[in-house]
Design a binder for this molecule. Structure first.
Ligand code: NIG
Ligand code: FE
Length: 392
C-alpha cells in the first residue's frame, strides 16, 4: 500500500455527492475541511479537526478544492490550425462543417510524433486549467490507416477514446458518399474498435444525414460499442432524437433544440453535453441550458477543443460562459463540468470526491469555486492532483 496523504487547510471543499438531487447547490464539506488520499483514491473527507493520521501532510492555506474537471468532448489528434478561418468568421463569414477537410489534409501529412506532441501540449494545457479526465475523438484522418493511428494515439494519451470516422465525407469520396459510409461502418470500424471506448457520428447538414448516421450507429451497436452523437449543432435536425433512440451516452452541442428534443433528453439517460466555447467562437446562439435543467435532463459542459469551431482548452472559460450566457447557476455549471462530464463518459469514480472516488482534484487560488466564474480569464488553478499524485 502506498503512503497516505492528509490534505488540510481546505477553505471550501466541493465533493459532489453523485446521489444528490439538488443541482443548484454544490455538496460542500464544512469550513476548514480536510481529505485523506490512500492508494490514489479519496479515503476520507470531513472537518480538519477530526482528520485521521496520515503518513504525509499538505496544508492548502484556505484555498478551495473542487473535483478535477472531466472534459468529455475534445478533438485533439490533429495538425495545424485554422486561425484564418476564425478571422474570416469574426468579419462576417459563418462556420460550416467543410472546414474540417483543411485539418484532415494537415493531419494526414503529419507524422505520428508531431500528432502526439501536439496532443500532449493540449492535454498539459488542460491540466494546468484543472482538467484531470480527457476524452479525445478521432475524425481528422478519415482513411482506415489515419483513423487507426489517431484512435491509438487517443487511447494511449487520454482517458477515453472515441472513434469519429463519421466526422465529414472526405474530399476523395465527395461523389461516393455511400462508399465512404460503408468504409466507416465496415473496415474502418473493424480496425479502430479495439482502441475505441465510443463511436461518434457528426449528424448534421454538411456532414452525415439521419440514414447514414443510423447505418454507422447500428454497426457500432452490433459490435457492442457505446455511442455518442454530435447533434443539432448547426441547425435543428434529427441528431438529438437519434441519440435518445440509440441510448447514446451523450448528445453533444444541442445548440438548436425544440421542446420535443428537451422532453426526449429529460426522459432518457443520455447526457446533453453543452459546448459554449463553440457558440462563443462561431458567434452562434447558446443552447437552452435552462430549459434542459428545468426539464430534468442531465447536462455536461465540455470544451470541444478543436482547431475549427473552438480552439480553447479551458474548462474555467466554458464555466464562465455557461453562467453568464446560458444562465446556469455557478453550482450547476461546476457540477456539469465535473460530475456531468463523468456521466457523459459512463465513469463513476471521477467528477466527484466522495470516499472511493479517484483522488483527482484541483486546488484554486481562491476561497471558493465561485471565483471561477466571478473572475473570468484569471488563472486561478493553484495545483492539480490526479490519482493522488500532484501533476501541476
Ligand atoms: O465539434 N462538429 C463537428 N466537429 C467539431 C468541429 C471540427 C472542426 O471544425 O474542425 C465540433 O464543433
Ligand atoms: Fe466536437
Amino acid at each position: 500500500m502506498r503512503s497516505t496523504l492528509l490534505v488540510t487547510g481546505i477553505g471550501e471543499l466541493t465533493t459532489h455527492d453523485p446521489q444528490a438531487v439538488d443541482t443548484a447547490r454544490p455538496a460542500a464539506a464544512p469550513e476548514a475541511a480536510a481529505l485523506v488520499v490512500a492508494d490514489g483514491r479519496i479515503a476520507w473527507t470531513g472537518r480538519a479537526a477530526e482528520a485521521p493520521a496520515a503518513d504525509d501532510r499538505v496544508d492548502l492555506g484556505g484555498r478551495a478544492v473542487i473535483p478535477g474537471f472531466v472534459d468529455s468532448h475534445a478533438h485533439l489528434v490533429f495538425a495545424g490550425d485554422r486561425a484564418a478561418e476564425f478571422q474570416a468568421r469574426m468579419t462576417g463569414s459563418s462556420y460550416s462543417a467543410g472546414g474540417i477537410r483543411n485539418t484532415v489534409a494537415a493531419t494526414r501529412a503529419a507524422d505520428d510524433t508531431t500528432l502526439r506532441a501536439n496532443l500532449r501540449r493540449l492535454v498539459a494545457e488542460m491540466a494546468r486549467q484543472g482538467t484531470t479526465t480527457v476524452e479525445c475523438k478521432t475524425g481528422y484522418g478519415l482513411t482506415v490507416e489515419d483513423e487507426l493511428r489517431a484512435v491509438r494515439i487517443a487511447a494511449q494519451e487520454c482517458d477515453v477514446a472515441t472513434f469519429l470516422g463519421a466526422h465529414v465525407i472526405p474530399a476523395e469520396y465527395a461523389d461516393r458518399r455511400q462508399e465512404y459510409v460503408d468504409l466507416v461502418r465496415g473496415p474502418m470500424l473493424e480496425a479502430c474498435a479495439e482502441y475505441a471506448d465510443f463511436v461518434d457520428v457528426f449528424c448534421e447538414r454538411g456532414a452525415f444525414d439521419e440514414v447514414e448516421a443510423r447505418l454507422i450507429l447500428d454497426a457500432a451497436k452490433d459490435r457492442g460499442l457505446a455511442v455518442r452523437l454530435h447533434a443539432n449543432q448547426l441547425g435543428h435536425g434529427p441528431g438529438v432524437q437519434l441519440a435518445v433512440e440509440y441510448q447514446a451516452a451523450s448528445a453533444d452541442h444541442c445548440t438548436y433544440l425544440d421542446s420535443a428534443d428537451i422532453d426526449a433528453l429529460a426522459g432518457s439517460s443520455t447526457v446533453a453535453t453543452l459546448l459554449p466555447g463553440v457558440e462563443f467562437s462561431t458567434r452562434s446562439p447558446y443552447p437552452d441550458a435552462r430549459g434542459l435543467l428545468n426539464a430534468g435532463a442531465r447536462v455536461a459542459i465540455a470544451t470541444d477543443c478543436n482547431p475549427g469551431s473552438c480552439y480553447t482548452s479551458s474548462m474555467p472559460f466554458c464555466l464562465a460562459l455557461a453562467v453568464r450566457e446560458m444562465h446556469m447557476s455557478p453550482a450547476e455549471a461546476l457540477r456539469a463540468a465535473t460530475l456531468g462530464g463523468a456521466q457523459a463518459l459512463g465513469l463513476t469514480d471521477v467528477g466527484h470526491l466522495e470516499v472511493g472516488a479517484r483522488a483527482d482534484f484541483a486546488v484554486l487560488d481562491a476561497p471558493s469555486y465561485l471565483h471561477l466564474m466571478y473572475r473570468p480569464g484569471v488563472p486561478l488553478v493553484h495545483s492539480v492532483w490526479k490519482n493522488g499524485a500532484r501533476i501541476v
